[in-house]
Ligand binder design. Structure first.
Ligand code: ZN
Length: 187
C-alpha cells in the first residue's frame, strides 16, 4: 500500500475516484492541464457511460485504476468476496474500455491483509492510498498546510469536478509542484 511517493523533485500526483457524476468539462479540463490523473473507477458508475471514460483515457494520458465494482467496504470480508469485487472491475474494464487496470485503490481507503492478497491475485501491482484530498473546491492536507513533493491527492467525479480540479492545480502551482504520472514512480 503506497500512501506517498518518495521523491526530492517537486512532483505531485492527482487521482480521481468513483465516476458517479460525468461532468462534460472533465475531458477538456484534464487535457489542457496535462495533469496525468489516475482514475480509480467503479464499474457500477462506468456502466452505460463507457464513451465518456474512454475519451478521457484516450485523449488525456490518464491511467485507469481499479476501485471495485460496487464500492463496498472490503475490510473483514472473505477473500472470494474481495476478489470478485476487484477482479470483476478489472475484467469489465478490459472488455468495455479496452484497458486492464493494474493499480488498485480500496473504497474509502479501508482494507485488510486479505484485500492486498485479493488485489495481487487479480493482477494489481500496487495499492494506492492518498495524503491530501479536494472537497468542495478546497484542498485538505493530512499533514501541514500545503502540498509536499510526492503527495498523492484524491478528488472525485462530482458535481464540483471543475472547481475541485482547478483548486488542485492552483494549489500545486502555489506550492511549486508539477503534476506528473504516478505510474512513472512505481518502479
Ligand atoms: Zn471511492
Amino acid at each position: 500500500m503506497i500512501r506517498k511517493i518518495t521523491t526530492d523533485k517537486p512532483y505531485v500526483f492527482i487521482t480521481m475516484d468513483d465516476g458517479a457524476v460525468k461532468d462534460p468539462s472533465a475531458l477538456e479540463e484534464i487535457k489542457k492541464s496535462g495533469g496525468h490523473p489516475v482514475l480509480f473507477l467503479n464499474q457500477v458508475y462506468v456502466k452505460g457511460h463507457e464513451k465518456y471514460f474512454k475519451d478521457i483515457l484516450a485523449q488525456t494520458g490518464a491511467v485507469l485504476g481499479d476501485h471495485t465494482v460496487n464500492h463496498p467496504n472490503l475490510k473483514g470480508k472473505p477473500l472470494e468476496f474481495q476478489k470478485k469485487e476487484i477482479c470483476d472491475d478489472a475484467d469489465d474494464f478490459q472488455r468495455e474500455l479496452g484497458v486492464r487496470p493494474t493499480l488498485f485503490r480500496p473504497p474509502f481507503g479501508v482494507y485488510d491483509q486479505t484485500t492486498l492478497q485479493a488485489a495481487a491475485e487479480c493482477g494489481m501491482r500496487a495499492a494506492i492510498h492518498w495524503t491530501a484530498s479536494v472537497n468542495d473546491g478546497v484542498v485538505q492536507f493530512q499533514v501541514g498546510n500545503k502540498l509536499r513533493p510526492g503527495d498523492i491527492v484524491l478528488m472525485h467525479f462530482r458535481k464540483t469536478f471543475k472547481e475541485d480540479y482547478e483548486a488542485f492545480l492552483a494549489r500545486a502551482k502555489q506550492d511549486g509542484l508539477t503534476p506528473v504520472p504516478l505510474t512513472d514512480f512505481l518502479g
